[in-house]
Ligand binder design. Structure first.
Ligand SMILES: *[C@@H]1O[C@H](CO)[C@@H](O)[C@H](O)[C@H]1NC(C)=O
Ligand SMILES: *[C@@H]1O[C@H](CO)[C@@H](O)[C@H](O)[C@H]1NC(C)=O
Ligand SMILES: *[C@@H]1O[C@H](CO)[C@@H](O)[C@H](O)[C@H]1NC(C)=O
Ligand SMILES: *[C@@H]1O[C@H](CO)[C@@H](O)[C@H](O)[C@H]1NC(C)=O
Ligand SMILES: *[C@@H]1O[C@H](CO)[C@@H](O)[C@H](O)[C@H]1NC(C)=O
Length: 389
């Protein structure tokens, strides 16, 4: 980010200098300078585009805005009557406009956990909600022994930030500003052991005594986000998705066969939906890929929430309230704070969901829903009836 910023400043300086250039006398010079100005503007556009992408991915200001907080986390705000209806908690955008007190959020968090445990008992969801605490699940869970915290990683909901929180807590880096970006996802260097690296007794001890949490978001919005991230933008430059996964899905699921030879045109959201909703075919394909792909696995499969008694399940849509609440509940709010969340960025956007699913057959959408229904029910997201009927 620092480098980008430098580039930007260079660009701005160059622009300022070039103001004088228009007053030059010779026509020839004029054209050369015009070209130079154009180049600067182009560079600026490129750089700013890159920066805004980063902002969206990382909730911005990732490396700058962490502070050791004073008392900025709890704002005494009039009580609102929201959140009694836990199942609608996250999905109603107006919920996020109110800003309840800590005590209110405690009850929101508790009602989510109650809903989760009652849905875990629902036998008609059993196949979708019960998974064993396998090595795969233990691999998803990061451990902070110093503060007795377990964090289950669920992609596409701001995990980088949470990992930075835990890295700071480990004590190696005195502040979040000093956590280098490349360390965060580097398993060897980030100092965040996975739960799978402990002995069975150590694992059991941690699972039963530590503070445990993870973050979820609307399941369909999450799939859209994963689709964009891996097949459209691919900001981390992971060629695997475009060159291996996408062509395989297209070959198997694109409706019009003559199109399917054309794998270069890129994966369509429709192909992706058909793949995700095809339970059996998908297993086969995933085996071909060599590993399950965490970016579109259900939360149930990633974190085993019906087997592991999590303390808190945060919702992306209400991260403004959830992030400080989680820090307080984990007893670390005096040590770190979650970076500022740009307004509106976590809000559920029904228009976007409708756009992505428009033109996709009801049959395919219903199959997809059948696959992700467990996640909708466990975490209180209303069924997307506007897509299903
Ligand atoms: C169990 O889940 C199904 C499917 O979501 C739902 O229709 C049903 O109402 C649930 N039953 C209970 C007791 O919550
Ligand atoms: C659950 O899984 C069992 C065995 O795999 C299968 O026979 C059954 O039809 C499934 N039930 C549901 C509701 O999907
Ligand atoms: C994390 O903290 C532990 C205990 O203080 C220390 O042994 C370890 O080296 C730290 N790891 C990193 C990479 O920060
Ligand atoms: C690939 O797509 C292009 C343009 O969409 C089309 O002209 C061409 O016929 C397609 N090729 C095959 C093999 O389907
Ligand atoms: C919701 O998504 C639509 C379509 O992607 C976009 O045009 C709109 O700006 C979004 N709304 C908000 C509030 O972000």
């Amino acid at each position: 980010m620092g480098k980008d910023h430098d580039n930007l400043m260079h660009g701005i300086e160059a622009l300022r200098d070039n103001k004088q250039c228009h007053q030059g006398e010779a026509m020839r010079k004029h054209w050369i300078l015009l070209g130079a100005c154009g180049w600067v503007v182009f560079t600026l556009m490129f750089v700013s585009k890159f920066i805004s992408l980063r902002v969206i991915d990382e909730y911005g200001a990732a490396d700058r805005c962490w502070t050791v907080p004073g008392n900025n986390l709890v704002k005494p705000i009039p009580v609102s009557s929201m959140e009694e209806s836990a199942p609608q908690v996250a999905a109603n955008p107006s919920d996020q406009l109110s800003d309840p007190t800590a005590a209110d959020w405690q009850s929101v968090a508790e009602s989510r956990i109650q809903l989760l445990s009652s849905m875990c008992k629902n036998s008609s969801l059993r196949n979708l909600t019960h998974v064993s605490i396998s090595k795969f699940v233990l691999d998803r869970i990061f451990v902070c022994d110093k503060h007795k915290i377990l964090f289950c990683q669920t992609p596409k909901v701001g995990n980088t930030q949470w990992k930075k929180v835990l890295i700071v807590l480990n004590g190696t880096f005195p502040s979040v500003e000093e956590v280098p970006g490349h360390i965060v996802h580097n398993q060897g260097k980030n100092g965040l052991p996975r739960l799978s690296t402990f002995t069975p007794q150590e694992i059991t001890h941690r699972l039963s005594t530590y503070f445990k949490f993870f973050i979820v978001r609307d399941p369909f919005e999450r799939l859209i986000s994963a689709f964009k991230d891996k097949f459209v933008k691919n900001p981390r430059f992971e060629p695997w998705y475009k060159h291996k996964i996408a062509p395989a899905i297209i070959r198997k699921y694109r409706k019009r066969q003559f199109d399917s030879e054309n794998t270069t045109s890129g994966l369509h959201f429709e192909d992706f939906v058909r793949y995700l909703g095809d339970v059996e075919g998908r297993h086969h394909l995933d085996r071909q890929f060599g590993e399950p792909i965490i970016h579109w696995m259900t939360y149930a499969d990633l974190c085993a929430p019906c087997e592991i008694p999590y303390s808190v399940v945060g919702h992306h849509e209400t991260l403004d309230q959830d992030a400080p609440f989680i820090l307080r509940a984990a007893g670390i709010d005096q040590l770190v704070s979650y970076p500022p969340i740009p307004p509106g960025i976590t809000r559920y956007n029904r228009t976007k969901v409708e756009q992505y699913f428009s033109g996709i057959s009801k049959r395919d959408i219903r199959r997809l829903f059948a696959r992700y229904q467990g996640d909708f029910s466990l975490f209180g997201y209303p069924n997307p009836d506007f897509l299903l009927n």
